[in-house]
Design a protein around this ligand. Structure first.
Ligand SMILES: [Zn+2]
Length: 285
């Protein structure tokens, strides 16, 4: 897995090489590029040459960086799941833990998601563009589909691959909003002080953005085996214990509290090595 390189393509040291844990190095793997058909991501090289016969008199090369596109989609079950209140009766007192979304609430939160997600990636310099419309979009892109999810299951989301070095820019993941909603009641029932109630519409939006940032993280190759990123080799791979709180590629439910998932205890960011990896795999310059 490490130090693979395409010998046909000149590789300049530095920005085409990533150093992970214990000094292990991964080389950028260049996609097969057909003339005039750039294959993103992350870039193609434009070459301008002046020749005199077979002699190159002058040559200019410029890398054109192509963003990795992430497209958000949803089905009706996601909206329905968020429209119902969450209440919990404790010692004869009924507490309202969450007032369900109206259509306006859904539209506002759905509309804010691309900027929220892109902000997480933008902060580390990763070249990611997030949209919530398939209109006019052509492959390749990664997809995050919002759905009610597996009823009774606990997972907040899932990714179909941990694609180290993002060799395939077309991947699929899901966010399970039914379980985001369910987490509110579970948390309160388990330990009422563990979460501030009622959880607000915007806090649920915060959680949706967080999970919709986490899942594409897997699709881009986070968190691969410990040799590079310090991850554990769980299904999907996550940050390794002991966990720093509020790190985006944490496994969730282990060290994070439900309040953290709703942004009630502070903001989230990437483990430093994860951040460095994202900038390497999805460069802007
Ligand atoms: Zn995960």
């Amino acid at each position: 897995m490490r130090s693979r390189m395409n010998s046909a393509t000149p590789v300049s040291e530095g920005r085409d090489e990533f150093t992970g844990m214990n000094g292990n190095k991964a080389r950028r793997q260049f996609p097969a590029v057909t003339v005039n058909q750039p294959v993103p991501p992350p870039f193609y090289t434009a070459v301008a040459m002046i020749k005199d016969g077979n002699t190159v008199v002058s040559e200019v090369r410029k890398r054109i960086f192509v963003p990795q596109v992430v497209c958000l989609t949803y089905d009706a079950s996601a909206v329905e799941a968020l429209k119902s209140n969450v209440t919990y009766t404790l010692s004869g007192v009924t507490h309202t833990l969450f007032n369900g979304f109206t259509d306006l609430d859904w539209n506002a939160q759905w509309g804010s998601l691309p900027a929220r997600i892109q902000d997480y990636y933008g902060k580390v310099g990763a070249n990611v563009r997030v949209t919530n419309s398939l209109a006019g979009l052509s492959m390749p892109y990664s997809r995050v589909h919002f759905t009610e999810g597996i009823v009774g299951g606990g997972a907040l989301g899932a990714a179909t691959s941990t694609d180290f070095l993002n060799q395939d820019p077309e991947d699929y993941s899901g966010v399970y909003v039914g379980n985001i909603r369910k987490m509110i009641g579970d948390a309160f029932g388990d330990r009422p002080t563990s979460i501030d109630i009622p959880v607000t519409i915007d806090q649920v939006g915060f959680c949706m953005a967080l999970i919709a940032t986490h899942e594409p993280g897997h699709l881009f190759g986070l968190v691969h085996v410990g040799n590079f990123l310090g991850g554990v080799d769980l299904a999907g791979g996550h940050n390794k214990p002991p966990y720093n709180t509020r790190r985006i590629m944490n496994p969730g439910t282990v060290a994070d509290t439900p309040a953290d998932f709703f942004g009630q205890r502070g903001t989230w960011d990437w483990e430093p090595l994860n951040a460095k990896y994202l900038k390497f795999v999805l460069p802007k310059e």
